[in-house]
Design a protein around this ligand. Structure first.
Ligand code: CO8
Length: 256
């Protein structure tokens, strides 16, 4: 499949989804969100073992498309919200690890797409924030829930209430991104991390991701119960038998 404002590229088992609307700093409109949803489905169907999300040019995603949004009725905004949430959910539940390679502005809905990824790497010149308050709205694609889980309640409230735009180092200090790298190294660092993730046993990786996600769904007790079942379900799998046999036999494992 091909799309006007989204690209899906492959390097071995690693898929890279690039939002490619540089004239609008990759702001997300309906067509782009729909294309992102389709591209994520395609990448999952084709068994991507890791996925990198990034933006074309020198922006990651400058947010939802304000020009599209400005005249929406409450009813239309509800639908618009659902569409963005569906894409964020598809990232969050993607069956392999996802990395946001934040290469520039990541505001509003752009920040929210990064939050829905498993891991975030920022380039030195990235600027990140949930800036919706200055448009008279609030984050609508998940940040009121995902941001505090990542950076803590106090920092999330400051960011959302003040519409703060954090530079990359401040974002790393706030635990909003895991790593800051030079602008011209971002693609390589993201690709290298994606390769490392893709080389791990896929079934165990997916199960670990599901268990981590499940932890946010309910109480600590229900999360621990989930982990017990998920842990046990890996026993008897090829990769569990092989990983442990390789350790005992002092050799490299050959995962499925
Ligand atoms: N939407 C639409 N167009 C945009 C957006 C955007 N979010 N951001 C940039 N653009 C466009 C500009 O309008 C401009 O287009 P044109 O050349 O046709 O005038 C082009 O991109 C380049 O932008 P600038 O000239 O402004 O470039 P600068 O380098 O001067 O500034 C900034 C870059 C700082 C990123 C600036 O463009 C900016 O502040 N953009 C808006 C950022 C923002 O507020 N984002 C949050 C949007 S709200 C949101 O994301 C809500 C998500 C949840 C929705 C839920 C709905 C229910």
């Amino acid at each position: 499949m091909s799309w006007d404002t989204v690209r899906l590229d492959w390097d071995g088992d690693v898929a890279t989804l690039t939002v490619d609307r540089p004239d609008a700093l990759n702001a997300l409109n309906v067509a782009t969100l729909e294309a992102m949803g389709e591209a994520l489905e395609e990448a999952a169907d084709d068994d991507a073992r890791a996925l990198v999300l990034t933006g074309a040019g020198n922006a990651f995603i400058a947010g939802a498309d304000i020009k599209y949004m400005r005249e929406l009725s409450a009813e239309e905004a509800q639908e618009w919200g659902e569409l963005g949430h569906a894409v964020a959910d598809a990232l969050e539940t993607f069956p392999a690890p996802t990395i946001a390679a934040v290469n520039g502005y990541a505001f509003g809905g752009g920040c929210e797409m990064a939050l829905a990824c498993d891991l975030r790497i920022a380039s030195e010149s990235a600027v990140i924030g949930n800036t919706e308050i200055d448009l008279g709205i609030i984050p609508g694609w998940g940040a009121t829930q995902r941001l505090p889980r990542l950076v803590g309640d106090e920092t999330a409230r400051r960011m959302i209430f003040l519409g703060e735009r954090l530079d990359a180092d401040s974002a790393a200090e706030a635990d909003l991104v895991g790593e800051v790298v030079a602008d011209d190294e971002l693609d390589d660092v993201a690709a290298e991390l994606a390769d490392r993730l893709a080389g791990k046993p896929a079934f165990a990786m997916r199960t670990a991701k599901q268990a981590l996600n499940q932890g946010y769904e309910g109480s600590l007790a229900s999360g621990l119960e989930y982990e017990k079942r998920a842990f046990a379900s890996l026993f008897g799998s090829h990769d569990q038998r092989e990983g442990m046999a390789a350790f005992v036999e002092d050799r490299e494992p050959e995962f499925e």
